[in-house]
Ligand binder design. Structure first.
Ligand SMILES: Cc1cc2nc3c(=O)[nH]c(=O)nc-3n(C[C@H](O)[C@H](O)[C@H](O)COP(=O)(O)OP(=O)(O)OC[C@H]3O[C@@H](n4cnc5c(N)ncnc54)[C@H](O)[C@@H]3O)c2cc1C
Length: 466
């Protein structure tokens, strides 16, 4: 089959890679000038770095398998992470059971209760029993109101804004299982994985493999419309015909290329774009399907990357439990991967999740840095803007799907009401939280569904691993 794939993030690239291996001709169409989507990169001190902070957990088996298959396993390193908590103007280490016992914003009984609730939840294998419960209600009931107010409530609010009390317990369960699953024996510390050279290397290797299998990759190729005839997808129309065409020659290179202005014909089309984009691309979708698309919404991600002459703190992942602060986490990448990799520069991500109508979401990078400055001083009183050598701001409208209660009933299948048109995006990841591991799984799953429809065959499967 001749298959068009909209979106050159991990889901689209993995689908293209799998379908290419199975003998299909794939064309990747990516709107951005680079591939990778949410795992796209920038350069700092001569080294590539993710635009949005990225690490993996030990349980991320799809990432590990794919890295091994693409010859990148030796670049994967496992590092003990340093997690902290900012509360009442103080910075608390939050890694070991002893750190929890030292966390005096909570009374001793509450600290013990928090620890017990954390261990209990990560030991539960049956997530289905949490489908109808919100995270807030479960936490208040089992961990206690004070623990919710001090620890988990601010994190839920930070990530989901006004929707925080609608988030399903299954989302929280998935998050806790991942984090505790990545702990060393005895719960002493958490090990997180990073790809030396950035996860951009995984993106590059997927692109190379697709090109080697005879596939085509175009960037700056924004799809405007999916052409539908007699209820079936026939191809796609681009916003403008001039695109960058990728080739593999001494590394990946790009040439300007003109594609026909009328629709590019395909036998099948896979869309890996967010649901709100998908809805705009397809004319005349049935009303009930559009309602289902609209039923899952997202928080936008906004992330500022600072490169600095000095470190801000000793913590890698600093959770902010203070509603007056304009970000929810400070992720000091160079407390995870050494600053020497980035020409001695210290890299700090300031992360926030917002609804798109929040004024903070549209602030210019310079204004946002001014907004952040007094709060950075609260974390480190010596901080000064003169430390900042460069700052870049990245936004993603679909940073985090809002996973509400009974989400399994909202999940859209990969097959759509249009014949030969498939959807595979992060709203379809469940019961786990979105992550590279699950976008890789999405790509693999959708490739099986599409191949199962072709004369080349293939196994039709869909399901979450236990
Ligand atoms: C702030 C942040 C931090 C994260 N941290 C981690 C982490 O630590 N570990 C982890 O495992 N995961 C992390 N993730 C999640 C991970 O990056 C994603 O799950 C994964 O990369 C999503 O891949 P995708 O292909 O499903 O979607 P995307 O990466 O969003 O890809 C969709 C692609 O479609 C393209 N597109 C959109 N519209 C069009 C159009 N009209 N025409 C053509 N192309 C179009 C987009 O440009 C994009 O490239 C993080 C995500 C965010 C936002």
């Amino acid at each position: 089959m001749n298959i068009g794939i909209i979106g050159g993030g991990l889901a689209g690239l993995v689908a293209g890679y799998e379908l290419g291996k199975a003998g299909h001709r794939v064309t990747i169409l990516e709107r951005d000038s680079q591939l990778g989507g949410q795992v796209g990169t920038l350069e700092v001190g001569g080294e590539r770095l993710e635009r949005f902070y990225h690490h993996i957990f030990t349980s991320d088996s799809h990432v590990r398998e794919l890295l091994a298959e693409l010859g990148l396993a030796s670049r994967l390193v496992w590092i003990s992470s340093k997690v902290g908590f900012f509360r009442d103007g103080s910075l608390w280490d939050f890694v070991t059971p002893r750190d929890l016992l030292n966390f005096t914003p909570l009374s001793l009984p509450n600290r013990v209760r928090l620890g017990l609730a954390s261990v209990y939840i990560q030991r539960q294998a049956n997530w289905q029993k949490y489908e109808g419960v919100t995270a807030r209600d479960w936490i208040v009931k089992y961990a206690g109101r004070r623990n919710f107010e001090v620890v988990w409530g601010p994190l839920l609010r930070g990530k989901f804004g006004e929707s925080y009390d609608k988030v399903g317990m299954v989302w929280f369960w998935g998050k806790m299982r991942l984090r505790f699953g990545s702990r060393e024996k005895g719960l002493q510390s958490e090990r997180l994985g990073y790809l030396n050279g950035s996860f951009g290397l995984l993106v590059d290797e997927l692109a190379r493999a697709i090109l080697r299998a005879g596939g085509r990759i175009f960037t700056e190729a924004s799809v405007e419309r999916i052409a539908v005839e007699n209820g079936a997808a026939r191809g796609v129309q681009l916003e403008r015909p001039e695109v960058l065409s990728w080739r593999e020659e001494n590394g990946l290179a790009k040439d300007v290329h003109d594609l026909p202005e009328d629709a590019l014909p395909f036998d099948a089309v896979i869309a890996t774009v967010p649901s709100m984009v998908f809805e705009r691309l397809v004319p005349d979708l049935p009303v009930d399907y559009v309602q289902r698309l609209k039923a899952t919404t997202y928080q936008a991600a906004v992330c500022m990357v600072l490169t600095m002459a000095r470190p801000l703190s000793h913590i890698y992942w600093l959770n902010i439990s203070d509603p007056t602060m304009p970000f929810v986490a400070v992720i000091e990448h160079t407390n995870f991967v050494g600053a020497e990799r980035y020409g001695g520069k210290h890299v700090v991500y300031l992360s926030n999740y917002l609804s798109q109508d929040n004024p903070l979401y549209r602030q210019t990078p310079g204004d946002l840095l001014q907004t952040y400055e007094p709060h950075l001083k609260r974390i480190n009183p010596e901080f000064s803007l003169s430390w900042v050598e460069s700052y870049r701001l990245f936004r993603d409208d679909s940073g985090q799907p809002i996973v509400t209660t009974n989400y399994s009933q909202k999940l859209l299948p990969m097959e759509t009401p249009v014949g030969g048109l498939y959807l595979a995006n992060t709203t379809q990841i469940y019961p786990e939280d979105r992550g590279m591991n699950y976008s890789i799984r999405l790509g693999r799953d959708v490739s099986r569904v599409v191949a199962g429809k072709s004369r080349l065959g293939g196994v039709l499967s869909r399901g979450n691993e236990k």
